[in-house]
Design a protein around this ligand. Structure first.
Ligand code: ADP
Length: 269
C-alpha cells in the first residue's frame, strides 16, 4: 500500500512544479486492518455473553421464579461470566505476547503430568468423548513454564472437544522423534479444509462454515498455542481430513538427565 502526497513547489511566488512523496504504508495499513478486526471480534464476542448475563439478571429481578428456575438462570449467568473472563484473559495474553512482555518461568517439568492434569480438567466438560493417553517414551521431561504449557494443551484439547460435536475418541500420543519430544492431539471431529490450514494459527482466524458458526470462539486459541510453543523453541503443526478429524502435533526440545544427579540436567541440543 503506497500513500502519495502531492505538494506544489513555488519559488519567488511562481510555481515550479510538484513534489510527490511516496510512502510505503503497508505495515500501518495491516495494523489498522488488524485493529478493526480486533474491535469487531471483541465487541461481538463480548456482547454475546454480556447480553445473556443482562437478560437473565433482568428476568430474575422482575419475575417471581421457582427456585429451580432461579438456579438454572444463575448457572447460565455464572457460565457466561466465566466465558467473559476467559475471553478477556485471551485478549490480554495475546497482547502481552506480541509486545514481548510475556515472561516464562521455565523449570524441568514432566510433560505427561501436565497433559494428564489438563485432560482431568477438560473431561468434566463432556460426556460424549473418550480420552486416551498413549505414552510411547519414558523421556518426557521438558524445560518449560508449567502454566503456559498447560495452556497449550488446554487450548488443543478443548478445541478437539469443541470441533467434534458428535463426540468420539480424543487421543494424546507422546513420543520421541529425533531429538524432540512430540505430542499428538488427535480428534475424530469436523476436520479442517486444506485451504484454511495456512491461516489457522493467525490471530482471530476462524474457519467459516455453517457447521461451526454456532461453536463459540475468538480465533485466538491457536495463535496463543503458537506463541507459547515458539517461546519454548518448539513447533506446532496440523494434519487434517474433513469429516474425519484433525491431529495437532507439538514438538519440544527433549531434555535428558545428565549422569550424576537429579539437579544436573542438560538438553540434547
Ligand atoms: P477458536 O476455537 O476460538 O475459534 P482457535 O484459534 O482455537 O480459535 O482455532 C481457530 C479455528 O481453527 C477454529 O475456529 C476452528 O475453525 C479451527 N479448529 C481449531 N481446532 C480444530 C479442531 N480440532 N478441529 C477442527 N477445526 C479446528
Amino acid at each position: 500500500v503506497i500513500q502519495v502526497y502531492a505538494k506544489p513547489l513555488y519559488r519567488n511566488g511562481e510555481r515550479q512544479g510538484t513534489v510527490f512523496v511516496h510512502r510505503d504504508i503497508t505495515k500501518e495499513f495491516e495494523v489498522d486492518q488488524m485493529k478493526s478486526e480486533f474491535v469487531s471480534t471483541v465487541s461481538h464476542e463480548l456482547r454475546t455473553p454480556l447480553s445473556s448475563v443482562l437478560g437473565f439478571t433482568e428476568l430474575m429481578l422482575t419475575k417471581e421464579l421457582k427456585p429451580e428456575r432461579q438456579k438454572k438462570y444463575l448457572t447460565t449467568i455464572y457460565q457466561e461470566a466465566k466465558r467473559l473472563t476467559a475471553l478477556i484473559n485471551d485478549f490480554l495474553d495475546v497482547q502481552r505476547m506480541e509486545s514481548g512482555k510475556q515472561t516464562y518461568d521455565k523449570k524441568y517439568e514432566d510433560l505427561v503430568s501436565i497433559i494428564e492434569n489438563v485432560i482431568d480438567t477438560q473431561k468434566v466438560n463432556t460426556t460424549i468423548h473418550q480420552f486416551h493417553v498413549r505414552k510411547e517414551t519414558d523421556k518426557t521431561t521438558v524445560l518449560g513454564d508449567r502454566d503456559k504449557l498447560a495452556q497449550v494443551f488446554t487450548n488443543l484439547i478443548s478445541n478437539a472437544i469443541k470441533y467434534s460435536p458428535e463426540g468420539g475418541n480424543i487421543t494424546v500420543r507422546i513420543y520421541e522423534r529425533g531429538n524432540r519430544l512430540c505430542v499428538d492431539v488427535q480428534d475424530e471431529g469436523l476436520g479442517i479444509p486444506e485451504e484454511a490450514i495456512p491461516n489457522l494459527f493467525k490471530k482471530f482466524y476462524r474457519v467459516d462454515n455453517s457447521d461451526r458458526r454456532r461453536i463459540g470462539g475468538t480465533g485466538l486459541g491457536l495463535a496463543i498455542v503458537k506463541e507459547i510453543v515458539k517461546a519454548h523453541e518448539g513447533e506446532v503443526t496440523v494434519t487434517s481430513e474433513l469429516k474425519k478429524g484433525s491431529t495437532f502435533t507439538v514438538s519440544l526440545p527433549l531434555v535428558t538427565l545428565a549422569r550424576g544427579g537429579d539437579d544436573e540436567r542438560e538438553t540434547d541440543e
